[in-house]
Design a binder for this molecule. Structure first.
Ligand code: GUN
Length: 280
């Protein structure tokens, strides 16, 4: 079965729209500000998707743009002022940033209570220790897709290929929290295929076209493709050879239309949550 992230995202956004309506009746209008330094077309296209999802569910959205030449000090000051601004419950600084600005410094400057990306070390630590936290959007979207499809990770062997701070590492931790047995693989893993073939749930998040082919997948496995690659024809494709995987897997997410729409929807969900938290 192909898991349609597009379809699940649509259902989730309908629910979020209701939640926003209820919050507004209580006098809270959820707001999200995205800060973009420079004018990368890829970043602008990601932001457009985030804006569309926000506005669709009734979240107040603002894009704040600065020139590529902005200094780190200037950006930290802008973040500081949004930390204090009650109109915006979520702050997202679009990555990557120009070389003169430290991503670590920027992420740490965002108030953990407004860190709807879930990148702040406080949120990562809270997630790791099982406390309430903003979860990184892609891993949260993966878990939500599994939940809606009735796939319970408990007792299963989950293999995560890729160890980025924003996808691979937190995805493995969330699966662990759901009682999966988790193995991490990465670019230095020698016997990748031997390990991926043991996966009941396989998360491909390495950013490499055709890394996972049919022979790397256990029959009946659930395969989640997080890759966002451009192939030689410039077409968007994942890390999994889709047609081959279809022959072997029980569930498979496509690219595009799989994890991507869920990521954006989880950002909207985190923003609604941040707004709701101001009522506590
Ligand atoms: N750049 C690419 N993906 C993301 C994301 O999820 N959040 C931020 N802040 N920047 C990104």
């Amino acid at each position: 079965e192909i898991i349609s992230g597009t379809e699940i995202a649509k259902q989730t956004r309908a629910r979020l729209a209701e939640e926003v309506k209820e919050l507004k009746e209580k006098g809270v209008h959820p707001g999200l500000v995205i800060i973009l330094v420079g004018d990368s077309p890829a970043s602008l296209s990601y932001i457009k998707g985030k804006q569309k999802a926000s506005e669709e569910i009734g979240v107040h959205f603002k894009l704040e743009r600065f020139p590529e030449s902005m200094t780190e000090e200037e950006l930290l000051k802008v973040i500081g002022s949004y930390n204090e601004n009650p109109v915006f419950h979520g702050i997202l600084v679009q990555l990557p940033l120009p070389a003169q600005i430290s991503e670590t410094a920027v992420i740490e400057k965002i108030s953990p209570e407004k860190d709807v990306d879930g990148f702040h070390p406080v949120n990562l630590g809270r997630m790791l220790t099982g406390q309430k936290a903003f979860l990184s959007c892609t891993p949260a979207g993966i878990l939500e897709m599994l939940r809606i499809k009735g796939i319970d990770p408990s007792g299963k062997h989950a293999v995560v290929v890729g160890r980025s701070n924003i996808v691979g590492k937190p995805a493995g931790q969330l699966l662990l929290r759901e009682n999966a047995t988790v193995t991490y693989c990465h670019s230095k893993t020698g016997n990748l295929s031997e390990i991926t073939k043991q996966a009941d749930i396989l998360i491909a998040a390495a950013g490499k076209e055709n890394l996972i082919t049919g022979k790397d997948i256990k029959p009946g496995a659930v395969v989640i493709d997080v890759g966002m690659n451009r192939n030689s024809q410039g077409k968007l494709c994942g890390d999994v050879a889709f047609d081959e995987a279809m022959e072997v897997a029980s569930f498979l997410t496509p690219v595009p239309g799989g994890v991507g729409p869920m990521t954006i929807t989880m950002l909207a969900q985190n923003t609604v949550e941040a707004a709701r938290n101001t009522l506590l």
